[in-house]
Design a protein around this ligand. Structure first.
Ligand SMILES: Nc1ncnc2c1ncn2[C@@H]1O[C@H](COP(=O)(O)OP(=O)(O)OP(=O)(O)O)[C@@H](O)[C@H]1O
Ligand SMILES: [Mg+2]
Length: 290
């Protein structure tokens, strides 16, 4: 495994749980596959990643902006809490000052850092040049959606993939912040069923399951330290704990080149047949189908 497997979390809709998901996914991936390095970075202008993962007052070598430098430092990622490395965030990122002249810059920069294992990228709720670079670099993209406007926004990510002739198979919708107390009359009984049906109608692939809206998870993000406390440690009694576990397993299975064992039957999720070149890059075999 001499190349990173990049997982980008993107949605133009704000507040769908991207940063919470990025942080927790890093922790669940590490818990499930301790031997695989996990690195997280964020283009968000909050410092949630830094606040949770930084150990002590260690001064960092650089930050996410250095990923766009012609020669990014090799030790850009700092080993942090839970055995997870992070690349420090940077509040004001100016594409012109950084000389970002295309969508391929981050992919090149990440390659030069020599990182291996899982790299998780949290993005801002806007399809700016940083999100575009994160989408372009990705082996897997998780698109959290909590309502129909968020799903409508997903069309822009699909259009970006089509524009750059990237395989749509790397994109997956994840219904998020679903409140199962809300019930609808008619064929779609709840938000999850509604979002999933709408996504499939648009030809989008979905992860199995969803992430519930949980007061406990929300409370883990609201505290004087400004930290997002991990669900794995503080919310094991919640549904979201099981949902993050399932999601992390699906991400690992996809990274290893296998489809999840419990894939829905074809009639529930009609999709065009797979082309070999559309498969996500395998993490553990060193070959890149695309
Ligand atoms: N599973 C959950 N249940 C309940 N609340 C949640 C859950 N996940 C995240 N939240 C809450 O939803 C809000 C938005 O979460 P978060 O900041 O992760 O979203 P985001 O998509 O990164 O937002 P932005 O687009 O502003 O970067 C926060 O208040 C967070 O505590
Ligand atoms: Mg965020």
């Amino acid at each position: 495994m001499n190349h990173p497997h990049i997982i980008t979390i993107a949605s133009e809709k704000g507040g769908v749980g991207k940063t919470t998901l990025a942080i927790n996914l890093a922790i669940y991936l590490k818990a499930l596959r301790e031997e695989i390095p996990v690195t997280i970075l964020s283009f968000d202008n909050h410092f949630s990643v830094d606040r949770l993962f930084r150990i002590g007052n260690h001064s960092p070598v650089g930050n996410v902006s250095h990923l766009f430098a012609p020669a990014p430092p090799q030790d850009l990622a700092t080993l942090g809490e839970f055995g997870i490395s992070f690349i420090p965030s940077q509040g004001a990122l100016d594409p012109a000052a950084l000389g970002i002249d295309g969508v391929h810059k981050l992919a090149e920069g990440l390659k030069k850092t020599g990182l291996t294992g899982f790299v998780i990228i949290d993005t801002r709720p806007i399809l700016d040049i940083f999100t575009q670079n994160a989408l372009y670099a990705a082996d897997q993209v998780i698109i959290p959606v909590k309502d129909l406007p968020a799903l409508e926004n997903a069309a822009d990510i699909y259009a970006f993939y089509d524009l750059y002739r990237l395989p749509r198979k790397r994109l997956r919708i994840l219904p998020s912040l679903v409140d199962m107390r809300i019930r609808f009359p008619g064929p779609f009984r709840n938000t999850f069923e509604l979002l999933r049906a709408y996504a499939i109608k648009c030809g989008y692939r979905c992860f199995e399951g969803f992430i519930s809206k949980s007061p406990k998870v929300e409370s883990l993000n609201t505290n004087p330290q400004g930290k997002i406390f991990p669900v794995l440690i503080h919310g094991r009694g919640t549904e979201v704990h099981h949902q993050y576990t399932s999601l992390a397993r699906q991400v690992i299975q996809r990274a290893c080149g296998a489809e999840p064992r419990n894939s829905p039957p074809a009639e529930q999720a009609p999709q065009p047949p797979e082309k070999a070149e559309n498969a996500p890059r395998p993490l553990l075999s060193g070959s890149h189908p695309d």
